[in-house]
Design a protein around this ligand. Structure first.
Ligand code: DGL
Length: 247
C-alpha cells in the first residue's frame, strides 16, 4: 500500500491524480484534520506532527509515502526521508510554464511561501519571468471546513494580483478543491496544480508498488467535513474512518 498524508482534506486533490496515474495501486490516506491547519504552525510543530503521521502509516505497513501537502514537503521532506524506512515523495515544485507566461503568482500557506521553494524553482528555470508570491493565511482552513463566505472573502484579496498575472500556481493542496472559484475569479489566468507532476513523480518512484486491487482507505484524525470532501471527490458510498495518532 502507498501512504498519502496531508494536514487534512487537501491531499485528496493529489490522491485523485495518484489514483489516475496508478489505477491498480492500493492507497492509505491519512489527513490530520484534528490539528489542521499546519500552514500557520512553526517548523518544529510541522516536523513533529508529520513524523507522527509517517510513523503511524509505517505501522499500517505502507511501503511508500506521498506527501500530498506543500507545507509538509517544504518543511519536513528531508526529515521524513531520513526517519522512515521507505521511499518518500514530496510535492513537485518544479513547474512548467507556457512561453507566453511572463508574470506568475504563487499562492500558498505562510509556511510554504516563507520557505520559497516555488519562487526559487521558477527563478532558476525562468530567470526572465516575474514571480509574485502571496501567502493566504486562513484559506486552507476555510476550505477544510467548507466555510463558503470566508472562502469568498479570502479569494477577493487575491483578485488584484491575479488580474496582473498570466498564470498562478496553487501551491497548497487544499486550493485545487475550489478550482472553479479560482477560475471564476480570473477566467483569463491559467491555474497550475502541481498534483499532476507529483503523481507522475510518484509513479516513477513507486511504480513497482502500483500492483494491487485499486483500493483506498480514507482515514482522518477528526471527522469534521472530511466525509463530505471524500464523497464529493470519490463518490457517495466511500467510507471515511476516524483514527487516533499518539502524540
Ligand atoms: N494542504 C496543505 C498544503 O499543501 C496545508 C494546509 C494547511 O494545513 O495549512 O500546504
Amino acid at each position: 500500500m502507498i501512504g498519502v498524508i496531508d494536514s487534512g482534506v487537501g491531499g485528496l486533490s493529489v490522491l485523485k491524480e495518484l489514483r489516475q496515474a496508478m489505477p491498480q495501486a492500493d492507497f492509505f490516506y491519512l489527513g490530520d484534520t484534528a490539528r489542521n491547519p499546519y500552514g500557520t504552525r512553526t517548523p518544529e510543530e510541522i516536523k513533529k506532527y508529520s513524523l507522527q503521521l509517517g510513523k503511524w502509516l509505517l505501522a499500517q505497513e505502507v511501503t511508500g509515502l506521498v506527501i500530498a501537502c506543500n507545507t509538509i514537503t517544504v518543511q519536513a521532506l528531508d526529515l521524513l526521508r531520513r526517519a522512515l524506512s521507505m521511499p518518500v515523495i514530496g510535492m513537485q515544485t518544479d513547474v512548467a510554464l507556457w512561453p507566453a507566461e511572463k508574470r506568475v503568482a504563487v499562492f500558498a500557506t505562510p509556511a510554504t511561501i516563507a520557505k520559497g521553494n516555488y519562487q526559487q524553482s521558477l527563478a532558476k528555470r525562468y530567470p526572465t519571468v516575474d514571480v509574485v508570491a502571496h501567502a493566504c493565511p486562513g484559506l486552507a482552513s476555510a476550505i477544510e471546513h467548507n466555510r463558503r463566505e470566508e472562502i469568498g472573502q479570502l479569494l477577493e484579496e487575491c483578485r488584484p494580483l491575479l488580474s496582473e498575472c498570466d498564470a498562478a500556481i496553487l501551491g497548497c493542496t487544499h486550493y485545487p478543491l475550489i478550482i472553479s472559484d479560482w477560475q471564476k475569479l480570473s477566467p483569463s489566468c491559467r491555474f497550475i496544480d502541481p498534483a499532476q507532476a507529483t503523481a507522475k513523480a510518484a509513479r516513477h518512484a513507486l511504480g513497482e508498488q502500483a500492483q494491487g486491487s485499486g483500493r483506498t482507505e480514507y482515514t482522518f484524525t477528526q471527522e469534521g467535513r472530511a466525509a463530505m470532501w471524500v464523497s464529493r471527490l470519490f463518490g457517495p458510498n466511500v467510507a471515511a474512518r476516524q483514527v487516533t495518532i499518539e502524540e
